[in-house]
Design a protein around this ligand. Structure first.
Ligand code: 5GP
Length: 193
């Protein structure tokens, strides 16, 4: 998605450990016009009319999924929670995740009330690096008995193994921008996406 790639080059900031900061337009301050274009692109890539739920993970996935949902016949957005909270009661689907950015282990949790065997789910997240977050969300879809329509990612770091592994496993995965390398402060995108 050219608009997104240009925005990453213009406003993305590279941090230690190959972390790309996109907090001026995606995951702190949010550029809604850009996010609407992201939502439309996800719809184009995932035209399956049966998609009725978009599953993501708090916090950064929520805004992206909420805007994308408007292009999916008003699909409901469900976000997995990372922390045990008193608001999270009843039966839960749970999957372990290791955070790439924080290095910590945590469980992602979704109430069984909001995902079940009659649902067709698109999983969305902001970044794909080693694939931990996506694998956790896919485990939750599997536990629920719902159908997985695919996984949509805004920015994939193609030099980390997650995307390759998931595609090899047959996951219907689309990333709107795939970064092939970050070297000497310079971002190179994959051109065949
Ligand atoms: P993974 O689980 O695929 O290793 O990492 C994906 C998760 O880690 C995403 O949910 C995202 O929040 C975070 N993440 C991974 N790499 C980056 C990065 O370069 N920048 C930012 N902002 N978040 C990242």
């Amino acid at each position: 998605m050219e608009l997104l790639k240009q925005r990453i080059l213009k406003d993305g900031k590279i941090k230690e450990g190959n972390i790309l900061k996109v907090d001026s337009f995606l995951n702190h301050q949010m550029d809604i016009e850009l996010m609407q274009e992201i939502g439309k692109e996800f719809r184009r890539l995932f035209p399956d009319k049966r998609i009725n739920k978009i599953l993501t993970i708090e916090a950064s996935g929520i805004g992206i999924a909420a805007i994308a949902a408007q292009y999916f016949d008003k699909a409901k957005v469900v976000f997995a929670k990372k922390t045990q909270s008193k608001n999270l009661d009843g039966e839960l689907y749970t999957a372990p995740v290791v955070s790439f950015t924080r290095g910590a282990h945590f469980d992602v949790q979704v109430s069984t009330k909001f995902l079940g065997k009659d649902d067709c789910v698109l999983v969305i997240d902001d970044f794909l690096a080693r694939g931990q977050a996506l694998k956790g969300l896919m485990k939750i879809v599997e536990q629920s008995g719902a159908e997985l329509a695919g996984c949509g990612i805004v920015i994939e770091k193609g030099f980390q193994e997650g995307g390759k592994e998931l595609r090899q496993a047959g996951v219907n995965l689309h990333s709107l921008a795939i970064i092939d390398s970050i070297e000497n402060g310079e971002i190179t995108f994959r051109t065949d996406d």
